[in-house]
Design a protein around this ligand. Structure first.
Ligand SMILES: C[S@@+](CC[C@H](N)C(=O)[O-])C[C@H]1O[C@@H](n2cnc3c(N)ncnc32)[C@H](O)[C@@H]1O
Length: 236
């Protein structure tokens, strides 16, 4: 196996951990994560996983966040909208434990959140048609090298899946401060026949909306980062 293939497999299927977890974080993984995790068995190959089947409450609205990092955006959406159901995917253990710590410390209800500590793509492939109201992909990995661009999570194959699982008029919300990734994401999503960019002028994508929830990455800023961009696409 080439090192590139190895890295790719590790990247997608490894439960990546940066630093050693302390006892309380480990307890979150052992006790809270199993209560909230989607079981591997629930992932289907035939796109029949109905989000409603994952929750006891019969909310009309389900929001998915892909690559939630430390989960501050997801936790704040949960605080603001307790009647909505949320699904979050993040393969990085430290990010998952940071998110679990925040929702436990803040005593947020756990009945409207399900998480997947792995690659989001098998999960989105499992979800049933027209079942998701909003998909957030905030500051995805830029994969700077040209030969790695096809690994970017926003690509035509994944947009096909997002288009299938979003309800009509469902939203695909993406952010980045990486110049060539902005161009890439705007181009890929605009070229896709199912999506329409809702921006009417530059302020719609250059300026955060008043109620925007910044992520950790956004607040910290990355080395060499440019201006943050907010891309709101809608399923036609
Ligand atoms: C640059 S970070 C941004 C994190 C967060 N959204 C933020 O804005 O602070 C990108 C995140 O996407 C996650 N990620 C990368 N590929 C993924 C995939 N296939 N499925 C789910 N998450 C993924 C990474 O683990 C990482 O946490």
């Amino acid at each position: 196996m080439s090192s590139e293939t190895q890295n790719q497999e590790w990247r997608f299927y490894g439960r990546r951990s940066g630093r050693k977890l302390n006892t309380s974080r480990k307890a979150l993984l052992d006790e809270i994560l199993p209560q909230l995790s989607l079981s591997t068995d629930s992932l289907t190959k035939d796109a029949t996983l109905a989000p409603a089947s994952l929750f006891e409450n019969k909310s009309e609205k389900t929001v998915l966040e892909i690559g939630f990092g430390n989960g501050e955006h997801l936790a704040e959406m949960m605080r603001r909208s307790p009647e909505t159901n949320f699904i979050g995917a993040e393969p990085f253990i430290n990010g998952m434990t940071a998110f679990l710590k925040e929702i436990i410390d803040d005593e947020l209800p756990l009945n409207n959140i399900r998480v997947h500590m792995d690659d989001a793509i098998p999960l989105v492939k499992s979800l049933s048609d027209n079942s998701i109201d909003e998909i957030y992909v905030l500051n995805p990995d830029p994969w700077h090298k040209t030969r790695h661009h096809q690994r970017r999570i926003i690509n035509q194959d994944n947009l096909d899946i997002f288009a299938r699982i979003l309800k009509p008029k469902g939203k695909l919300i993406m952010t980045t401060d990486v110049v060539n990734l902005i161009e890439w994401m705007v181009t890929e999503a605009s070229l896709h026949p199912a999506f329409e960019w809702t921006a009417k002028g530059a302020d719609d994508w250059r300026v955060a909306r008043e109620d925007w929830i910044p992520t950790r990455y956004e607040t910290k800023g990355a080395k060499g980062a440019d201006h943050m961009n907010y891309l709101f696409f809608e399923k036609k």
